[in-house]
Every structure is written in C-alpha cells, then in structure tokens.
Design a binder for this molecule. Structure first.
Ligand code: C2E
Ligand code: MG
Ligand code: MG
Ligand code: MG
Length: 292
C-alpha cells in the first residue's frame, strides 16, 4: 500500500519534472529568437531627488513579450539568458537602445537625464565590455556621466581584485557606478571602501517594512550611515508609499525610485510623464493625489 503510493508520487514527480524541463526548453527556444523577432523593448522608471523633487534619471528595465508565452518577467528570463549566454547579444541590444535614447534627448528638455542599465555578471566580465560602451557613447556624442552602470553585489564581489580594476577604469571614463539590490548579498564592508562606487541602491525588501518594521529600520539606517561615510549616494528602491518617502527624507536618503513616483514606462509614455512632472514632483497632480 505505502509502496504503491510512493511509486505513484514518484511518477507524478517525474511527470512534473519533464513538464518543467520542456517548458524551460520551450522558453529557451523562444528566447533565442526574441531579438530578431522584435519581441524585446525597454521601459524606463523615473528616479527622484528627494530634497528637490526633481527627476534626475531613469532606470532602463528590459521587457520581453512573446506571442505564445505572453509577457515574461525579467526575473524569469534573465537567469535563463545568463545560463545559455543568450544574455550577450541581448545586453548589446540594451546598450545600443540606451545610447540611442540618450542621443535622442540631446538638445531637448530631457538632455540632463541619466539612464541606468543593469549589467549581468557575464556581460561585465566579457572581453571588450568597457571599450564597447565607451566607443558607442563617443560615437553618439553623449557624455559618459549620463550612463549609470548597475551591478549586483555578487557581480562585484566575485573576482573582486579584477573587478576593482574594471570599476576604476569605468569611473575614470566618467561613468557612474551603482551597486544594485544592496544588502541582499554578502558584501564585505571592508572591500566596499576599495570600490570606486558612486551609488548604493537599497533593496526593496528592506524598504517594504518601513516605517514600522524594526529590522528594516535598522538595516536601512545602517546602509545610509555606511554609504554617507564612504561618500556614496543612496537610492531607495521599490518605494511605494508616502510614509516610506518621509522616513527616507528624514534620514537624508538622496534618491528614490518606486511606484510612489512612477511605474516603469515605455519611452513615449515616459516623455509625456516627464513633461507633466517637469517643474518638480511635489508640484504635480500625482503628488497632490497622494496627499489626499
Ligand atoms: P532591479 O534592477 O533591482 O530593478 C528593480 C525592479 O523592481 C524592477 O523589476 C522594477 O519594475 C521593480 N520595481 C520598482 N519599483 C517598484 C515598486 O515600488 N514596487 C514593486 N513591487 N516593484 C518595483 P523588473 O523590471 O521586473 O526587473 C527585475 C530585475 O530584472 C531587475 O531588478 C534586474 O535585476 C533584472 N533586469 C531588468 N532589466 C535588465 C537588463 O536589461 N539586463 C539585466 N542583466 N538585468 C535586467
Ligand atoms: Mg537595477
Ligand atoms: Mg534592484
Ligand atoms: Mg532586484
């Protein structure tokens, strides 16, 4: 009886496994053709300077809509793209799109906006990464300071010694460097001061519990102290409420990004949104609505 049940359970498990494997292979197949089929696009999420309410930049976030699979979240397809190295052509495309966007904003009201891009580990360590970036920016005649490179803690910490050299080179060229999802990895704090970083992004998971949760309060305050002592500016990610915004403002957090300001928007919608919030965010109808 028990044995039969065990076997049964295993058979179900096997079936689920093979379904899982074939779904994943299916996705991989679609992913290989995603760029050539024009299925990818970028959305941009505004980033606000807390003291002034000015929108100072945006983060480019990759989107993939496949006719069969629908909209696949980056947290699902990026890891697969990484494992299969499909991430390399995709990353090149992201850089090209971003540079194009920055170029199209030259001599417009948006010309001082920076764009942050997420750089995967294999992209960062790929031969010629920096040269490619610098060449494309130069060809487009866009100042490097308008491009911000977001790396995760684990990307930075793996091969730390090699990476420090790459990071120094990027900084020397004028690119901004941000550590994404800060607090979720295991950064050695003593290493942190050796990295030429400009920005730390506090992970959303520590923002969620603000302003009530004791642990989230301690962690976010500690990160802010640490960053400010190292002369690094801080972005709080995933800010959704006015209470969270106030908490961060009181603790001199420099920037916020999150649904309280705006969701990620397609390029056209972004420009409309930016125009509506051109004065500063606190003067906008969006902010008035939040306060009511
Ligand atoms: P990330 O770089 O940490 O990006 C922030 C994520 O939080 C984005 O999810 C964004 O849409 C979401 N978010 C922002 N504000 C809020 C908020 O207030 N509430 C909630 N619930 N979510 C918020 P998204 O776009 O799904 O991207 C997920 C991750 O995928 C990114 O995390 C990044 O690690 C990766 N990713 C996205 N685009 C690229 C890319 O072009 N290249 C690479 N290598 N990775 C990318
Ligand atoms: Mg990011
Ligand atoms: Mg993040
Ligand atoms: Mg994340």
């Amino acid at each position: 009886e028990a044995k039969a049940q065990g076997k049964n359970t295993f058979a179900i498990y096997q079936e689920q496994m093979s379904q899982h494997v074939s779904a994943r292979l299916q996705m991989e197949k679609h992913l290989r053709n995603a760029l050539s089929n024009n299925e990818m696009y970028l959305c941009y999420q505004p980033k606000m300077e807390i003291t002034t309410g000015k929108i100072i930049g945006v983060e480019a976030l990759l989107r993939w809509r496949n006719p069969e699979l629908g909209l696949v979240p980056p947290n699902v397809f990026i890891p697969i793209a990484e494992e299969t190295r499909i991430i390399l052509p995709i990353s090149h495309w992201v850089v090209d799109q971003t540079v194009k966007q920055l170029k199209s904003w030259r001599n417009t009201p948006f010309q001082d906006l920076s764009i942050a891009i997420n750089i995967s580990s294999s992209q960062f360590s790929a031969e010629g990464f920096i040269t490619n970036l610098a060449t494309k920016m130069q060809e487009a005649d866009v100042p490097n300071r308008l491009l911000e490179i977001e790396l995760t803690e684990s990307t930075v910490m793996t091969n730390a010694d090699t990476n420090i050299k790459l990071l120094r080179e990027l900084r020397k060229l004028g690119f901004e460097l941000a550590v994404d999802d800060f607090g979720t990895g295991y950064s050695s704090l003593s290493y942190l001061k050796r990295f030429p970083l400009s920005i730390l992004k506090i992970d959303k998971s520590f923002i969620d519990g603000l302003p009530m949760d004791e642990e989230d309060i301690s962690i976010s305050e500690a990160i802010l102290h640490l960053a400010h002592n190292l002369n690094v500016r801080v972005v709080a990610e995933g800010v959704e409420t006015l209470k969270q915004l106030n908490f961060l403002e009181e603790r001199q957090c420099e920037y916020i990004q999150g649904f309280v300001i705006s969701k990620p928007l397609k390029s056209d919608d972004l420009e409309v949104w930016l125009t509506e919030h051109a004065e500063n965010f606190y003067q906008s109808a969006t902010y008035r609505a939040l306060r009511n």
